[in-house]
Structures are given as structure tokens and as C-alpha cells.
Ligand binder design. Structure first.
Ligand code: ATP
Ligand code: MG
Ligand code: MG
Ligand code: MG
Length: 565
């Protein structure tokens, strides 16, 4: 490829709207252009980087037995209604109607579609495990699309879903993906850390986020100073100090759904139904999304109180502590006060469905559950005090010092269990001919975000410094003057030789001053620059410069290919 033909519109100025380095540099170096807030066109160089990241991902997924498919972006509302997510997903879901007025959404993720697919095609335990994945655009109407590709409203994700016959199978699939993700981010040349992300699951493994370490990261990562201990957690989620306080458990068999029109609090339901407060659960489910919690704290909404997940665990946020309220919600202090049975308990997105299932689908406005047996139904067996564990405090696992870093979430692995298979009645027959729900996991990598994260970690004042593995091209050949015929010829032949030797090489054949070419080459971030100048040529040599440290050596003309390789 010749720079004269390549669409790489570099800019001198830092674009005003770009706050973080990757956003600035990807615009300035001519990798992308904005179409709308959080929606970008990727230009040729960016597309090459993306293709390389995708190739690495495909190789690692395939190595673990993943099979690539492609699912529809447009998904029918019925599936989302069946899983319960149509109502709980909130404004992040892009919703649309077809010409007949039927509801659809643009997929932010694909659990529903894939569960229905597998439900229809897989009947026997003999066909499991099954690992299916795709690399595709995802759509999320983020409240604050920002930082360029880091938080887009349209972005590329690799999502893999595992289907197993039991928890032991899921453990294996999860482990495979954990390993695959470690390989993917290592092969992309990134410094990263897998961190525990499940609230309260210190040392647990139900979900991990893969964090690329960079100053601009939105997440705070805490990790143990003692390498051997290995504790690392997302502070937002796994900041909790958890304690087991009881066993809970028991089937919610006697819970009954009742109509409670207009009742906005447990008090009102108590009066309306003449049922003691401890026998009532509010059933309108909101999520742990900060906006919702903030709204609840302001009193505009009533919070749901429970997380029922098989063993009926609760996660509790102690709202008695005003500082905690302020930190978690961002809302001003002064809240409506705890309601419900155990104070206010939060329900995470992924837990909502389990609750809905557990309480027979009563997740509706103006409905409550009665006949609650607090000991049986909501006694927290894992109580989590949401309190910031800070850097400098003892590691919750080993007691050593905790250190802090900023991280960008580039991937997440997650044990779903039977949440979706149960909601969508997706079962297979086990050895005894008994129908069992698939035990599922889901595993995402933000492909476009990974590209941005690579820039956040690899740049200097002159521009991007691509890790070789994902660089758009490996080498740029720069003839310092286009007027010198001999020099141009030498540059052309080096360019051809390198390409023939399988080195991805580009030549800057533009009639520009050498300084302009050097600046652009540094801005774009090609790992190696071969400079062909008349002084060097007089001695039969060209200059080889490494982008990362600027190290330069003179290389004899007949040795260029070897020197680069
Ligand atoms: P975040 O916490 O940053 O909002 P998430 O936890 O909502 O991300 P997941 O549902 O875990 O995201 O999706 C899998 C991966 O997709 C994430 O780890 C991230 O790399 C990527 N991703 C998620 N949202 C975006 C976005 N708006 N823009 C770009 N990539 C994203
Ligand atoms: Mg998100
Ligand atoms: Mg996240
Ligand atoms: Mg995530």
C-alpha cells in the first residue's frame, strides 16, 4: 500500500471534543471519523487493526472449541418479554417498530436469541458442551457515550455463550474462556489484569472482568501487593467485605402474587391487604444502575428489595450510612428511608430474572408478593456491606497491602447458570431421559474498546505506538525526497522486498517534506520506519528506527529484510 493512495486523513490539531488520548489520537491519526454521538466510521488503518484483534480472538475461541456463527442484530420483543428483560433493561435498549407496529430491539447482547436457538436444535446431553460465538456490532444507547470507541452506542463485540449439562461442565467452559481471554489480551500486546467483579464474591469466580491498566480507565482496580496472593477486584463491584450470616434457602412455594393498585410502599400494602409488613415483598424490580438507585433515594421510585437466586441470597446496601448512600448513588444525602423487610436491598441486572422466576413472574407494577417467610425467603445468607476497601488497607484475602490502579474493562466472563434456559424453557434430556435446563455462561470482549485501550497504553507525545501484533502495518518506508530518482528506486525495491518477505509494509510516496512524513509516521504509530536518504545511500545504507524508543541503526541495503524480521 502507498500512503498516496491510502485514506488516512491525519489532523494537526487535537479535536476539541476528544477528552482521552485514544479518542484524540485515533481521530488525529486518521483512523476514524464520527457519524453521531458514540457512532463512528472506521477508516482503513483502524479496520486493519480491528481485523487483527478479531483474528486473534477467533484463533483463541476456536482453540477452545468455539464455533463461530452470526446472529441477527434486530431481535423481536417477544423474546425479551419472555426473558423478562424487555421491561428491566431500561433506556439503554434501542427499541424500534416495524411497519406493522411490532416491537423489536437492536441487540445489546444475545442471550435470548442464542438460548432459543439452542432450545430448538439441541435435545440431548450427548450434544453438550456447546460453545457458540459471534463477532458483531452491538447497540447500547449509553447515557453518556464518550471517549470515542471506549464507550460507543454502536460497537463491535465478540460474545460467546457456553451450554453445559451441569455446573461442573460450566466450570470447565468458564475456565477455558478465562484462559482464552488471557491469551487474547497477551497476544494483543496489552498489560491487563483479570479481576473479580461479583459483589461479595471475594475469591469467588462467578464473574471476572479483564482490565487493561491505563490512567484513563473508568474503573478502579484493587490488587494485592503480594503477587502470590493474586487478589484483584473491581472496586465498584467487589469492594465489599462479605460475611456469611446464615443459610437462608427453601423454596418460595407459598409466595402469592397479589394485586395492590396504587400502593407505593410496604406500609401502604400493609394497610391495603391487612398483611404484616414482614410478609410482603415489593415486586417492581429496578436495578443497581446508579440512576435507579439515585431515583429511589430521592423518593421518586420505590426500590425493590430482594435478590432471590435459588438459595435466596440477599445483597444489602446499608442505607443508614449516609456517606455510603452518597457514594454509591451520587445522590444528595436525605433519602426516603429504608423500606421493606431487611432495609433496602439491591438487585443486580443479572439477578432480576432469577427473582422473577422465583416469584412466579410477579415483576409488575401494582403487584406484591405475600406469604413471605422472612427466615426462609429473604434471610440473607450472604450479607454484603458496601464499603469502599481502599488502597493501603489490608487485602481481604491475605492481609497484605492493597494497591490501586485504573482499568479499562475490555472483557468479561460470566456464569449465567440456568437463568435464561429456565426463563425460556430451554431444556435437554439427561442420561435418564429427564429434561434439564442448560447451564449457561456468557463471555464478551469489546473489540473496538480493545483497540482504544491499546492506544491508551501505548503512546507518547508524538502519537500512537502500536504493539506489533495489532499494528495496521509493521513497517513504513520513507524516502526523504521524491525528487531523487535513485533514492525513490531504492525505497520502492525495499518496499517490494519486505512485502514479498511477508512483512506488512507501506511506503510514503507522497511529494511531501521529510518532516511531514516523519510526523505522520510517528502519529500513526508504525512500529518500524525505514528511512531512505541520500547520505545513507552513499554508504550503501538505510536507517531503521523503532517507533517505541526511537532507537536507530544503519542497515546495509542488502540486509534490510533480515534486520526487520
Ligand atoms: P461497562 O461496564 O463499561 O458499561 P459492560 O459491563 O456493560 O461495560 P458487558 O455487557 O460486560 O459490558 O459487555 C462485554 C464487553 O463489551 C465489555 O467488557 C466491554 O469491553 C464492551 N463494551 C460494553 N459496552 C461498551 C460500549 N458502550 N462501547 C464499547 N465497548 C463496550
Ligand atoms: Mg455497560
Ligand atoms: Mg461493566
Ligand atoms: Mg461487563
Amino acid at each position: 500500500m502507498r500512503v498516496s493512495n491510502l485514506l488516512v486523513p491525519t489532523l494537526r490539531e487535537v479535536p476539541a471534543e476528544a477528552e482521552v488520548v485514544s479518542h484524540q489520537l485515533l481521530l488525529r491519526a486518521g483512523f476514524m471519523r464520527k457519524a453521531a454521538a458514540g457512532i463512528y466510521t472506521l477508516l482503513p488503518l483502524a479496520w486493519r487493526v480491528i481485523s487483527k484483534i478479531e483474528r486473534i480472538i477467533r484463533e483463541e475461541m476456536d482453540k477452545q472449541g468455539g464455533q463461530e456463527i452470526l446472529m441477527p442484530i434486530i431481535q423481536p420483543a417477544e423474546l425479551w418479554q419472555a426473558s423478562g428483560r424487555w421491561d428491566v433493561y431500561g433506556p439503554e435498549l434501542f427499541r424500534l417498530k416495524d411497519r406493522h407496529g411490532r416491537d423489536f430491539c437492536l441487540g445489546p447482547t444475545h442471550e435470548e436469541i442464542i438460548t432459543m436457538l439452542v432450545k430448538g436444535e439441541i435435545n440431548s446431553y450427548k450434544q453438550l458442551p456447546l460453545l457458540l460465538y459471534q463477532i458483531q456490532n452491538k447497540y447500547r444507547d449509553e447515557r453518556r457515550p464518550r471517549f470515542g470507541l471506549m464507550r460507543g452506542r454502536e460497537f463491535i463485540m465478540k460474545d460467546l455463550y457456553s451450554f453445559d449439562r451441569d455446573e461442573a461442565g460450566l466450570d470447565i467452559s468458564y475456565q477455558k474462556m478465562y484462559e482464552a481471554y488471557t491469551n487474547v489480551f497477551s497476544r494483543c500486546g496489552l498489560r491487563f489484569r483479570p479481576v473479580v467483579a461479583d459483589s461479595g464474591a471475594i475469591g469467588g469466580s462467578d464473574t471476572h472482568e479483564f482490565m487493561v491498566l491505563a490512567e484513563s480507565g473508568e474503573a478502579t482496580v484493587l490488587y494485592c501487593a503480594d503477587e502470590k496472593c493474586g487478589y484483584a477486584a473491581n472496586q465498584e463491584r467487589a469492594e465489599a467485605v462479605s460475611q456469611r450470616t446464615g443459610s437462608g434457602g427453601g423454596a418460595p412455594g407459598e409466595l402469592t402474587k397479589v394485586h395492590t393498585p396504587g400502593c407505593r410502599s410496604v406500609d401502604e400494602v400493609t394497610k391495603y391487604l391487612n398483611v404484616p409488613p414482614e410478609k410482603i415483598i415489593k415486586t417492581v424490580i429496578y436495578t443497581t444502575e446508579k440512576e435507579n438507585v439515585a431515583a429511589m433515594v430521592r423518593g421518586d421510585r420505590e426500590i425493590n428489595e430482594i435478590k432471590l437466586y435459588n438459595a435466596l441470597e440477599c445483597v444489602r446496601l446499608d442505607l443508614a450510612d449516609e456517606q455510603t448512600v452518597q457514594r454509591v448513588t451520587g445522590a444528595p444525602v436525605g433519602y426516603a428511608g429504608p423500606i421493606g423487610l431487611e432495609g433496602i436491598k439491591l438487585v443486580a441486572d443479572h439477578e432480576v430474572m432469577a427473582l422473577v422466576n422465583a416469584v412466579c413472574g410477579a415483576n409488575e407494577r401494582d403487584m406484591h408478593i405475600i406469604n413471605v417467610n422472612p427466615e426462609r425467603d429473604i434471610k440473607p445468607h450472604l450479607t454484603t456491606d458496601i464499603r469502599l476497601v481502599k488502597a493501603g488497607e489490608p487485602c481481604p484475602k491475605c492481609g497484605a497491602n492493597l494497591l490501586e490502579a485504573r482499568g479499562i474493562e475490555v472483557g468479561q466472563v460470566f456464569k449465567l447458570g440456568i437463568k435464561y434456559s429456565k426463563a425460556l424453557s430451554a431444556t435437554f434430556l439427561d442420561e435418564n431421559g429427564k429434561a434439564k435446563p442448560f447451564v449457561m455462561g456468557c463471555y464478551g470482549i469489546g473489540v473496538t474498546r480493545t483497540m482504544a485501550a491499546a492506544v491508551e497504553q501505548n503512546y507518547d507525545e508524538r502519537g500512537i505506538i502500536w504493539p506489533v501484533q495489532i499494528a495496521p502495518y509493521h513497517v513504513i518506508v520513507v524516502p526523504v525526497s521524491n525528487k531523487d530518482q535513485n533514492l525513490m528506486q531504492v525505497a520502492e525495491s525495499i518496499y517490494c522486498d519486505l512485502n514479498e518477505a511477508g512483512v506488512e509494509t507501506i511506503i510514503d510516496d507522497r511529494p511531501e517534506r521529510a518532516g511531514v512524513k516523519f510526523n505522520d509516521a510517528d502519529l500513526v504509530g508504525y512500529p518500524v520506519r525505514i528511512t531512505v536518504g541520500s547520505k545513507g545511500l552513499a554508504g550503501g545504507q538505510v536507517e531503521l528506527t523503532l517507533r517505541r524508543d526511537g532507537e536507530t541503526e544503519m542497515v546495509p541495503l542488502n540486509n534490510v529484510v533480515d534486520a526487520v524480521k
